[in-house]
Design a protein around this ligand. Structure first.
Ligand SMILES: [Zn+2]
Length: 66
């Protein structure tokens, strides 16, 4: 949608690199840390952590560790 402004356009950064777009997640799926598992795994991990934070009421102020 960027993924963050609410526009629901995954590839559109609106000219501002601070907007999270598909390419960020693709690159996140290709790091050594995630063992190059790919964008799908990166998104699953992202969703999991966001859901944990949402359930804990921590979206605005996440803890250091979950
Ligand atoms: Zn947007």
């Amino acid at each position: 949608m960027c993924y963050t402004c609410g526009c629901k356009l995954p590839y559109e950064d609106h000219g501002d690199p601070a907007n999270i777009v598909e390419d960020h997640l693709k690159r996140a799926g290709d790091t050594d840390t995630i063992k190059h598992a790919g964008v799908e795994q990166a998104k699953q991990n992202l969703l999991e952590l966001l859901e944990i934070q949402r359930e804990a009421g921590d979206l605005a102020n996440p803890k250091q560790s979950y």
